[in-house]
Design a protein around this ligand. Sequence first.
Ligand code: THU
Length: 129
Amino acid sequence: MTFKELVEKAYEAMEFAYTPYSKFNVGAALLTKSGKVYTGCNVEIASLGATNCAERTAIFKAISEGEKVYTAIAVVSSSKDFTYPCGICRQVIVEFGKDIDIIVAKDYDYEVYKIDELLPHSFTGIDIK
Ligand code: THU
């Protein structure tokens, strides 16, 4: 699975975004070490704090099916600009490792980051002793 193919999967997932309040659609595609892809979209709830981002939808789907080792996650949105994972999603991503390639894409253009670049000095499980 190439980064470009993963970005395409994220765009497919974005079609399912449930965004009656913001109309800001986001899609994510998570690649597991075993080669499976879990996709997600954002899901908005009238009590807005209950909203779930696309990245977390994809990760929670994977976790709930027993997959917890990831190599990459692609994120796309309906914006004309790149959409970077929000703070909560960065915290969720770092929970599952620092080697994951985070692909932020817009059409055929993309940037790739590691979580240490997006969430430096993170607080993780090893800090809880
Ligand atoms: N959103 C995501 O799905 N992922 C992000 O990383 C940034 C924000 C969603 C949440 C909400 O439905 C909409 O974008 C506007 O904040």
